[in-house]
Design a protein around this ligand. Structure first.
Ligand code: NAD
Length: 353
């Protein structure tokens, strides 16, 4: 399996270095023969190539079997004409990575303020309110007059149907419960269509229990009792917000793994951003990128039918739990180790098995 590695901005390089060490250790233990192709995106690429991402990089990524994308300083990238392209949007759109799968669970050994839980947010990834990706060309956010902005939201049957199918298929491998989160009480057409398509797909999965919650109430429900939920499916922006909340409720945003998956391609990417407030201090939690790497291996194993990859992913996930229980982790999740030291402890445990 050939994986392109783009470390990104802020805490990206320090956390990606650890994630690659872990993937290399998994490769040795499970005989995966992973090959890494290191390149640049974000600020480094803007400096070197005049653009945060380039068509040549996209071709390289397409020719590989997967991508590990570090967090990007997206907020800095304001003008596409000057090469300031949001790399996350670029790969999601160009590779049609329609599903953003973001698990959140508690771990033994960490204080679970809200009790134990284990859920997955399945977020539509290619349309919605995201002005930089919901149109073929240009942007869908417009300055009508100096004092008036219009931001358009795109919802399509096709995208609703495929994200619903991803959620129901995932639920069949878990506790067979899907919660549809929406705002159909106000966005009657767009979220109405989302709900309609989810319900239509639900008919193909009679074993799966289905309910729906309006997004504002969901914020209260999930903080009150996150253990009520198994798979939560929702549109793009609601899923972005909800999944940061559920990651933090599980203990830290630094635990939030994330896989962007399409029919033919997948990209591991932490749920969090470039965290400039802690960059370069060796305190960032590398687990979100490690977990994202495990999700990428699992996706590849399922796609190719190669069980060594799914076993490696399961071993990495088990090692995450073990390191947290042993407090061999960063401060945000109760440990005392730095990013590098937590990574070294992780690799040692994973090698031993
Ligand atoms: P952020 O997610 O970077 O950070 C939010 C908070 O969580 C900060 O206090 C940060 O220190 C903490 N945090 C994040 N990751 C952590 C980790 N691994 N370990 C410990 N603590 C962690 O959000 P922000 O500060 O609002 O955004 C910073 C930049 O990242 C912005 O430019 C934003 O646009 C961008 N961003 C990028 C992505 C992406 O590339 N996928 C996602 C979100 C935000």
């Amino acid at each position: 399996m050939k994986i392109v590695v783009l470390p990104g901005d802020g805490i990206g390089p320090e956390t990606m270095a650890v994630a690659v060490d872990v993937l290399e250790a998994a490769s040795r233990r499970f005989g995966l023969n992973l090959q890494f192709d290191h390149d640049i995106a974000g600020h480094d690429s803007l400096k070197k190539h005049g653009a945060t991402v380039t068509p040549a990089l996209l071709e390289k990524v397409k020719a590989a079997d997967g991508l590990m994308l570090g967090p990007m300083a997206t907020y800095d990238f304001k003008d596409e004409a000057r090469g300031e392209i949001n790399p996350s949007m670029y790969f999601r759109k160009k590779l049609d990575l329609h599903a953003n799968i973001r698990p959140a669970r508690t771990y033994p050994g960490m204080q679970a303020r809200l009790g134990e839980f284990d859920l997955v947010v399945v977020r539509e990834n290619t349309e919605g309110f995201y002005a930089d990706r919901n149109v073929e060309s240009g942007g869908s956010e417009m300055l009508i007059t100096p004092d008036v902005v219009v931001s358009l939201r795109r919802i399509t049957r096709q995208c609703c149907e495929r994200i619903a199918r991803t959620a129901f298929e995932l639920a069949m491998t878990r506790s067979k419960h899907v919660t549809m989160v929406h705002k159909a009480n106000v966005l009657k057409l767009g979220d109405g269509m989302f709900l309609e398509m989810c319900r239509r797909v639900a008919q193909e999965f009679p074993e799966v229990r289905v309910d729906d919650v309006i997004v504002d109430a969901m914020m209260a429900h999930v903080v009150r009792a996150p253990q009520r939920y198994d798979v939560v499916v929702t549109t793009n922006m609601f899923g972005d917000i909800l999944s940061d909340l559920t990651a933090e409720l599980s203990g830290s945003l630094g635990l939030g793994g994330s896989l962007n998956a399409g029919r033919d391609y997948a990209m591991g990417q932490a749920a969090h951003g470039s965290a400039p407030d802690i960059a370069g201090q060796n305190i960032a939690n590398p687990i979100s990128l490690i977990l994202s790497g495990a999700m990428l291996l699992n996706w590849h194993g399922q796609k190719t039918g190669n069980a060594a990859f799914t076993q490696a992913a399961a071993a990495i996930e088990a090692t995450i739990a073990d390191t947290i229980l042993a407090q061999e982790c960063t401060r945000d999740v109760g440990g005392k180790l730095g990013t590098r030291e937590a990574g070294a402890a992780f690799v040692t445990r994973l090698q031993v098995g």
